[in-house]
Design a protein around this ligand. Sequence first.
Ligand code: PLP
Length: 341
Amino acid sequence: MQHFASDYMEGAHPLILQRLLETNMEKTPGYGSDHYCDSAKEKIRKACHCPHAEIHFLTGGTQTNATVIKALLRTYEGVLAPETGHISVHEAGAIEAGGHKVLTLPQEAGKISARSVEEYISRFNQDGNRAHMVKPGLVYISHPTEYGSLYSKAELEALSAVCKKYAIPLFLDGARLGYGLMAKASDVTLETIAKHCDVFYIGGTKVGALFGEAVVITRPHLIDNFFTIIKQQGALLAKGRLLGLQFDTLFSDNLYFDIAKHAIDMAEKLKQGLAAKGYRFYFQSPTNQQFIIVDNEKLEQLAQTVSFSFWETLDEQHTVIRFATSWATRESDVDQLLALL
Ligand SMILES: Cc1ncc(COP(=O)(O)O)c(C=O)c1O
């Protein structure tokens, strides 16, 4: 059996486990006030070229989205997001459970455009009934998107400009950020993201950590008392050093970027192999998630020997499935997967 269902099937990068073991018996203060968290925050600020960024560590993606979005919105505001965005479809209504509507926008390859954001906001502003409606108070995007696609620098600049024009924050979900940053054709760096987004997070869970997401608030004081809001959401880890230590390791010696690049190299190999075998791609993804269209008979046959993710039903005969490579994928795993296909 070959496992390509997701990029969080293994534990953690061995260097993280090694440091956890080495520091296991050390006593440190709780809730992120330890020296490992301080060190990780400093390294992240440096990598983002954003010396004044405020950084907080949380444990998972849905938790981070729900906490950040709740903290950024007023009670009567909602969040604009692509109709296929993670918060729109795959978080079981976590944002709505926090009291905020997800206001969906049409997407192309998982992305929304500055134009569609502007159109939505100006339509809202011109609506005579707007005082009775949910106000758009934030824009959410993810990079990479649900389809593994990426925003370009120009697209991020345009989204940021429209957000600034209407004085609403831009929030980027970077659950798979490393894989986006290391994709070959990408012109977006951590510095670009820190420059154009008010808040974003650097995903660890899918990129080598046991668990953990690093929230970066690039405009200090944007969220008052965020630490207390995290606590109120039940998202503040008492043994916060476990998060700090993991990010400190990931942001030492270029580890985060090197392991993400490895996943991209494995995805490229897989992509070439799939193309050579005549598989049809649903979408040309430059990142670690690859989407192909298979007929349903083949689907059942594949499921006997390969684990993949069901993505969506295309039509009565065809299904879109996803293969994901990760920091841990070996070249021999890809060879064996291709042999099974
Ligand atoms: C873009 C994105 N954001 C958030 C999440 C949620 O992460 P978690 O499963 O840790 O809640 C995922 C999970 O796949 C994701 O792909």
